[in-house]
Design a protein around this ligand. Structure first.
Ligand SMILES: [Zn+2]
Length: 241
C-alpha cells in the first residue's frame, strides 16, 4: 500500500462512525488533505492528540484507494495554551477557518503553512495582542494568495495618496481610494492613516518588528477583504461585527 509522510496542521475534524474522525489537514507539499483517523476517539488511542484541532505533526498517511488514512503521527505541537484562553482560542479558530476556506487539494502551500504555524505560535505562546496577530495573518495571507492590498496609491485612478488623504479602502479591489473615487466604489470602508502605516510596516518588516497599531488593528477590514476574494463567508462570531 502506498504511504506518504507529510507535515500537517489539523484545520478541522468531523466525527466519523463511533470512534473515528475525518481530518482536514493543511500540508505544505499537498495542500488540503482529507484523512480518516481510525480509532482516535478511543481512550488511550495513540492518535487522539493527532486528531485535535490545531495539532501540528508529522503524519504518515496511507494513500491507497479512496481517501487517505492516518497510519501514525508524531505530534510536534498541540498549541495547548489556546485551550485555556477563550479569547485567543476564538482568534486561532478563525485563522483555521480562513485557511480551510482557501486551501485546495494537490496545491503546494508552503508559505501558507509557515504563516499559519507562526501565527498560531504567537497566539498560543506570546503576549501579543491577538487582534493584531490576526490582522497581520490576514495581511500576509492576502500577499501569499496573490492579492496583496495596494497601500500607497488609489486603486481606481492610480494617484499616489499623501497620508492626510487616506480615508477609504476599496474592499472589492483591495486598495486605497481617493475621495473622488470613493463614491464610485461598491464597497468603500473607512481606514485611518495609522492603520495603513501599520499594514505597510507589517508587510515590509513583519509583525515582530512592528509595534502595536495605534488604535484598532484593521482585522475587520482585512477579514472582509479576504472574504470578498475567497468569495465565501467565514465565521467570525465574537471577533468583530
Ligand atoms: Zn482615485
Amino acid at each position: 500500500m502506498p504511504s506518504v509522510t507529510t507535515q500537517g496542521i489539523v484545520l478541522r475534524h468531523a466525527d466519523y462512525r463511533e470512534h473515528d474522525r475525518m481530518l482536514t489537514l493543511l500540508s505544505p507539499a499537498m495542500g488540503r488533505v482529507e484523512a480518516l483517523c481510525r480509532g482516535c476517539k478511543r481512550p488511550q488511542s495513540p492518535l487522539l492528540a493527532a486528531s485535535e484541532w490545531f495539532a501540528w505533526g508529522e503524519y504518515v498517511l496511507y494513500t491507497g484507494k479512496g481517501h487517505a488514512t492516518v497510519q501514525s503521527c508524531h505530534v510536534t505541537e498541540s498549541f495547548f495554551p489556546l485551550r485555556n484562553d477563550y479569547e485567543r482560542l476564538k482568534y486561532a479558530t478563525y485563522l483555521l477557518s480562513v485557511t480551510e476556506a482557501a486551501v485546495q487539494p494537490g496545491e503546494r502551500a508552503v508559505e501558507l503553512f509557515t504563516l499559519l504555524a507562526r501565527s498560531l505560535t504567537r497566539l498560543a505562546y506570546t503576549e501579543r495582542d491577538p487582534a493584531a496577530v490576526t490582522a497581520a495573518f490576514l495581511l500576509h495571507f492576502s500577499a501569499v494568495s496573490g492579492y496583496r492590498p495596494r497601500l500607497s496609491h488609489c486603486v481606481r485612478c492610480g494617484r499616489r495618496l499623501q497620508d492626510a488623504e487616506i480615508r477609504w479602502m476599496d474592499i472589492e479591489n483591495g486598495g486605497l481610494l481617493c475621495d473622488a473615487c470613493q463614491s464610485l466604489a461598491d464597497r468603500a470602508l473607512a481606514v485611518s492613516p495609522a492603520q495603513v502605516r501599520w499594514m505597510r510596516d507589517v508587510l515590509e518588516k513583519g509583525i515582530e518588528k512592528t509595534g502595536l497599531p495605534s488604535g484598532d488593528a484593521p482585522g475587520p477590514l482585512l477579514g472582509m477583504y479576504v472574504e470578498s476574494r475567497l468569495e465565501k463567508p467565514i465565521r467570525h462570531e465574537g471577533l468583530w461585527t
